[in-house]
Structure formats: C-alpha cells, structure tokens
Design a protein around this ligand. Structure first.
Ligand code: AVJ
Length: 315
C-alpha cells in the first residue's frame, strides 16, 4: 500500500503564513491564530479580569452613548461588524438603531460565529442576519445588502490595535471602499496610558493571558502537527513606548528544536516568538490613522478615566 500523500505545502494560506513567520527574525505568528474555540473562550475570560479594562470600559461608553451613535447611523442602516466575537456589543447597537436593514457579523472563529448568528436571528426576527466566516486581514466579500441602506461598519474592542500602522491604514481603506460614499465607521480604540496599567492588562495575576498566548502553540500542535512543548515557553508582555504598543511574546526557556508541518525550527534559549502587538492611540495617532485611510473623526466618546475611545469616522 502507498502512504497517503500529505497535503501539498502552499495549499493552506494560513500554514504558509505560519511557516513564513517562524522563518523570520524575530520569529512571529499572526494574532488571528489565537481564536480557535479554546482561544475564543480564553479571550472571554480575559474580558472579565480586573486588569483587562478594555472591554468593560468600551461597554460603559457604548451604553452611555448608544442613542447618539444610533442617531448618527440613521434609520434602515446595514451594520457590518468586523470581529463579532461573542455578540455582546452589537446587541446594544441593534437595540438602539431604528429599523436596521441587515446585520453582517464577520468572524474567523467559525463555531462562535454560527452560534451567535443563530441566537441573533432568533432575537431580532425582523433583521436579516448574514454571517461571514472570514479572515478580515485579507479582503472580505460582503453579501448583497439592501440597495439604499446606508452601510455602517462596527469595529469595536481595539482590535484595530493588532495591526501595525501601515496595515491598519490599508485595512481601514478596504473598509471605506466596502462602505461606499456615505459610509460610517464606529471604531473602538484603546488610548495611550501609563505603562503599569497597560502591562497588567496583558500579564494578569491569574495567568489567563499567559494561557491565551500559549494556546496558540497548543493549536499549532492540534491542527498543524507541531510539537511545541508548552512548558518551555514563557509568556511575556512588554510596553514599547516609542512604537506605542504592548507586545506579547512567548520566550523559549531552553535551546530547542520544534517541528511544524515537517519543517524544523530552532529556538535559542531566551529567543522570543512575537505573537501580538496592541497599539495604543492618542489623538494625533488616531487622526493620522483616519486621514491616511480617507476618513475623518466626526465624533469621539470616552469614559471618565479617559482610557478608551469609541470614535465615529466618516468618509
Ligand atoms: C481583542 C485584539 C483587542 O489586543 O487587547 C487580549 C486581544 N491580547 N489580551 C487586545 C488580547 C491579550 C485584544 N484584542
């Protein structure tokens, strides 16, 4: 009997990205790999942590200003959400909007997307729910939307922070093209703040963020036949003030070799695998991001601690 032929290298674009990242210097992996079913659950636990102020703060801002946001969107708007996750935030918007024409949740986490979409379809019987399972770091095809509906994009959670500035601009340009002439983007942005608060948010006392970070390696073991020894990688979060970002790394605690899809990668002791950047914005950086993508900042809402922004960007 002949051995089954392995899937040809290059056939899976995510694997291509993984191998390219592991070959780089420094070694990197893309943060979208966090969100398999286990990772999506760990992220929901992060959102409950005392140290992780982002989700809670954004929800406070949304609750307080959702009437103004819905009024800005106007009646019969079609809402497109990039990274719909657990679907908590969008309920606030759908409840406040006047007669939404459609809701398009886009998410990479297939199981969570299916579950949330069917829950929403049951709850919002008059709103067509049109889920799209996609990696929105690449161009996304949006389903047909009611012709005259204004398109409103929702990109909450400070996920824009995961993009390096040039990619953030490129992403927002694609969003702007998807929205068309009178488009509106409601964007969640984490603000620059003191290093101690930021560090704690990405290295919590309970170690949930460390588990979330290491889950990326567990996932490569599960799905790509890798053999990472999770005990030999340590979670590290660092604030890079000059670049205005928190970086998450997995630091190799030993000199070791790891195999992924039949290829060997050497890690020196102390070498880091960079898994995420979370850029933090001030007004100047936000204006530059918006204008670089052809948007302008129409409204900004913040919390009492001035930790987070919900921004309305207009074309
Ligand atoms: C979902 C990308 C906004 O960067 O804060 C949480 C992910 N990483 N803890 C963030 C995350 C570590 C989160 N985003």
């Amino acid at each position: 009997m002949t051995a089954p032929l392995a899937r040809p290298l290059g056939d899976d674009p995510v694997l291509v990205e993984i191998l390219a990242g592991l070959r780089g210097s420094p070694k990197t992996l893309p943060p979208k790999l966090f969100y398999d079913a286990a990772g999506a659950e760990l992220f929901e636990r992060i959102c409950e942590l005392d140290e992780y102020y982002l989700t809670r703060t954004e929800l406070t801002i949304l609750r307080r200003h959702v009437g103004e946001i819905a009024a800005l969107a106007g009646p019969r708007a079609a809402l497109v959400e990039y990274g719909s996750g657990a679907g908590v935030k969008v309920r606030l918007l759908l409840d406040a909007m006047e007669d939404p024409a459609a809701y398009v949740p886009i998410d990479i986490s297939r199981e969570q997307l299916a579950r949330v979409a069917s829950e929403l379809a049951a709850e919002y019987r008059t709103v067509p729910i049109l889920p799209v399972c996609a990696d929105y770091t690449a161009p996304v095809v949006i389903p047909d939307l009611p012709q005259r509906a204004r398109r409103v994009a929702f990109f909450p959670g400070s996920t824009i922070g995961n993009f390096h500035p040039p990619e953030a601009t490129a992403f927002l340009r694609r969003v702007r093209r998807t929205l068309g002439r009178d488009g509106l983007l409601i964007l969640g942005v984490d603000r620059r703040k003191d290093a101690a608060t930021l560090h704690a948010a990405y290295d919590d006392a309970q170690g949930v963020t460390a588990a979330f970070n290491r889950n990326m390696l567990a996932r490569l073991n599960r799905e790509y036949g890798a053999d990472f020894d999770l005990a030999r990688f340590r979670h590290r979060a660092v604030w890079n003030d000059e670049a205005s970002r928190v970086e998450m790394h997995l630091v190799s605690t030993a000199d070791q070799c790891v195999h992924v899809a039949g290829q060997t990668f050497h890690f020196a002791r102390g070498e880091t695998l960079w898994t995420e950047s979370s850029y933090k914005y001030d007004r100047q950086r936000l204006d530059a991001l918006a204008s670089g993508a052809g948007f302008s900042v129409a409204r900004l809402w913040t919390d009492e601690g001035e930790r987070f922004w919900v921004a309305a960007l207009e074309v």
